[in-house]
Design a protein around this ligand. Structure first.
Ligand code: PLP
Length: 212
């Protein structure tokens, strides 16, 4: 199936309150244009340089989201235009985003990444750390913490994935001011939606497998 067909199929399938982020990392401009031409306006990338290059080449109508691990020294490159930063996983990073947002006269929407997987390689805060950050969120004048993001363990065990997503949803529900729960990728978005996801990050189901 073509990229446009994949997008239309997904849009039919997803509940209307769930936002679709098309994850275009490693994919060429022409693929993104196809998706854009079928009405997709929100794209996610996980590398700063690639995100900036694509932002420069493509329609300014596109809303770019940073979904990957973000290094502090690279925040300045995306601060002028990024719409949502998903993977915020340290206070130092929040401080840097706040500083760069201010320099650009903007407020940047951010999601706190929560560590829900059993793999230690995945980044994120604990539930207690989320609470601590939310208590001091007024310190970050140029940031809106709009929700949480998490990645489940890479496993076939659906019960485990469900437990991890449900755990994240429980934390999310404690913060009334939050309205985005970013969880679910090509392999697990259906479970994520059952568990309360409001935003899914989907790459290979739209663009095909990545070769790396
Ligand atoms: C690559 C990536 C995705 C999309 O993965 P697919 O399995 O291709 O849908 C989602 N979220 C993050 C953080 C990613 O890095």
């Amino acid at each position: 199936m073509s990229i446009s067909e994949n997008i239309l199929k997904l849009k039919k399938e997803l509940p209307k309150e769930v936002t679709l982020v098309a994850v275009s990392k490693t994919k060429p401009i022409s693929d993104i244009e196809q998706a854009y031409n079928s009405g997709q306006l929100i794209f996610g990338e996980n590398k700063v340089q690639e995100l900036v290059e694509k932002y420069e080449k493509l329609s300014k109508e596109i809303q770019w989201q940073m979904i990957g691990h973000l290094q502090r020294n690279k925040v300045k490159f995306i601060a002028p235009f990024v719409r949502l930063i998903h993977g915020v996983d340290s206070e130092k990073l929040l401080k840097e985003i706040d500083k760069r947002a201010k320099q650009n006269n903007r407020t940047i929407d951010c999601l706190l990444q929560v560590h829900i997987a059993t793999e230690s390689t995945k980044f994120g805060f604990s539930e207690e750390e989320v609470l601590r950050i939310m208590k001091q969120k007024e310190d970050f004048k140029n940031i809106n913490i709009v929700g949480l993001m998490g990645m489940a363990t890479f496993t076939e065990n659906e019960t485990q994935i469900k437990e991890e997503f449900s755990f994240l949803n429980e934390i999310y529900k404690k913060y009334e001011q939050m309205n985005i729960l970013s969880m679910g990728m090509s392999g697990d978005y259906k479970i994520a939606i059952e568990c309360g996801s409001t935003l899914v990050r989907i790459g290979s189901t739209i663009f095909g497998n990545r070769n790396y």
